[in-house]
Design a protein around this ligand. Structure first.
Ligand code: NDP
Ligand code: 2IT
Length: 444
């Protein structure tokens, strides 16, 4: 049995009932077969055994009182996965579907993504099964404060720096930062995605969506194509989606559809960015409200139908496993020639296979959506310097980082016999840096 199969078997045995975690590990480890073959020193040092086991997993109670005076109890998580190349770094997700398996898959992905950025950050993830939908601002505040009442003792600007993810944006980061400051008396860059008047970085809000488009732009340019005149479908309508829509339009493409977990909007005239931003960011409304403002658009219940809309480029920016094999086949059949993953693990393994077999240019999540965390690391740099860069400075650095990620993933793919397979290329390029550092630092 190969070393990779041995480790995979152990991961499955040790982590039953966590299919998302196993899915993420399997994809990475399988693409590392030729790497461990060429590097027996990694086998000897047990690098794979160690990289699939979180360094620390914290699970805690989050009690809070709702607006009716009732006590509510949620479960909080922080998985500190790997700190070999820097302090733990990764977002917090607030969604009712959150359990340890989701946080572990996201934390595992984060190790390689963060490595790919070229910046000194380790991998982590956290969150809670709290559902922010329908909660008042005060309920969200009380939840965030209670969450931080436990989390604060495990984090710090040089220890672990959380940020946003699904259900966590500027509002939640604000409440958590306030509570951290109150509890510790420290004014430090312990969270990223902060407001601009209290340590936040310009362009962090836009970074994941913009970075995704910079990555895809580089990937398709390499094959003689561009966003100009391309029809694009973007799923979701949250932070990543909103700024992906804006950047696609700036690059000359046209986004014709966006969605939420209830359904999707198709606007053949092009999704109006201002309406989208106002509805989702400011008013926190459902996406179906869009058609009231733009009668030329249609709303359809159910979210997977979005992948049956004819497009050149698909940018899944909602959640894991949102594109299954059938949706991937529908995209290919309709002529889709590029996919960039804004969400984490949005394509099932079967869907990825369909894209690769059909020569669709495919930008995998850990490379394509790394712009968010990269800009978080730039926020950390600015906090350390007690200084801030202009929007243009941060945006230029973000763009360069995304171009470099594409080049490094593409180069690693070619070096290990995976021509044009950026899934394998990103896994290998991300892994090599962490594995070399683990080797150098000994068994700790
Ligand atoms: P938001 O909470 O801002 O938006 C999430 C969007 O996805 C909403 O439109 C939401 O719809 C939809 N969605 C969430 N869960 C589901 C589901 N189970 N089924 C269908 N639709 C769903 O989150 P972000 O935009 O920040 O995150 C989106 C994705 O991007 C996630 O996978 C996240 O991990 C990833 N990501 C985020 C980064 C960031 O910087 N924020 C960085 C890198 C990756 P609804 O409102 O109906 O729930
Ligand atoms: O998945 C991700 O990379 C994020 N949610 C962003 C993490 C961060 O620390 O900015």
């Amino acid at each position: 049995m190969s070393y990779v199969s041995e480790v995979l078997e152990k991961v499955q045995r040790r982590n039953p009932h966590e299919p998302e975690f196993f899915q993420a590990v399997q994809e990475v480890l399988e693409s590392l077969e030729p790497v461990v073959e060429r590097h027996p020193e990694f086998v000897k040092a047990g690098i794979l055994d160690r990289i699939v086991e979180p360094e620390r997993q914290i699970i805690f109670q989050v009690p809070w009182v709702d607006d009716n005076g009732r006590v509510q109890v949620n479960r909080g998580f922080r998985v500190q996965f790997n700190s070999t190349i820097g302090p733990y770094k990764g977002g917090l997700r607030l969604h009712p579907s959150v359990y340890i398996g989701i946080i572990k898959f996201l934390g595992f992905e984060q190790i390689f993504k963060n490595s790919l950025t070229g910046l000194p950050i380790g991998g982590a993830k956290g969150g809670s099964d709290f559902d922010p939908k329908g909660k008042s601002d005060m309920e969200v505040m009380r939840f965030c404060q209670s969450f931080m009442n436990e989390l604060y003792r495990h984090i710090g600007a040089d220890i672990d720096v959380p940020a946003g993810d699904i259900g966590v944006g500027g509002r939640e980061i604000g409440f958590m930062y306030g509570q951290y400051r109150k509890l510790t008396q420290l004014y430090e860059g312990v969270l990223t995605g902060k407001g601009l008047t209290w340590g936040g970085s310009l362009a962090r809000t836009e970074a994941t969506g913009y970075g995704l488009c910079y990555f895809v732009d580089e990937m398709i340019k390499d094959k003689g194509k561009s966003f100009k005149g391309a029809t694009v479908v973007v799923s979701g309508s949250g932070n990543v989606s909103i700024y992906a829509v804006q950047k696609v339009h700036q690059l000359g493409g046209k986004v014709v559809a966006v969605s939420d977990s209830n359904g999707y909007v198709h606007d053949p005239n092009g999704i109006n960015f201002d309406t989208l931003q106002q509805l989702k960011e400011v008013e926190r409304k459902r996406i179906k409200e869009y058609v009231k403002i733009h009668p030329g658009a249609t709303y359809t219940e159910g979210c997977s139908g979005i992948w049956t809309i004819k497009c050149d480029i698909a940018l899944p920016c909602a959640t894991q496993n949102e594109i299954d094999e059938a949706s991937a086949q529908a995209l290919v059949k309709n002529g889709c020639w590029a996919v960039g993953e804004g969400a984490n693990m949005p394509s099932t393994p079967e869907a990825v296979k369909v894209f690769l077999q059909n020569k669709v240019l495919f930008g995998p999540a850990k490379a394509a959506n790394a712009g968010g965390v990269a800009t978080s690391a730039l926020e950390m740099s600015q906090n350390s310097m007690r200084y801030s860069w202009t929007f243009e400075e941060v945006d230029a650095k973000l763009k360069q980082i995304m171009v470099n990620i594409y080049k490094n993933a593409s180069k690693a793919a070619n070096e290990y016999g995976y021509q044009d397979n950026l899934v394998a290329g990103a896994n290998i390029a991300g892994f090599m840096k962490v594995a070399d550092a683990m080797l150098a630092q000994g068994i700790v």
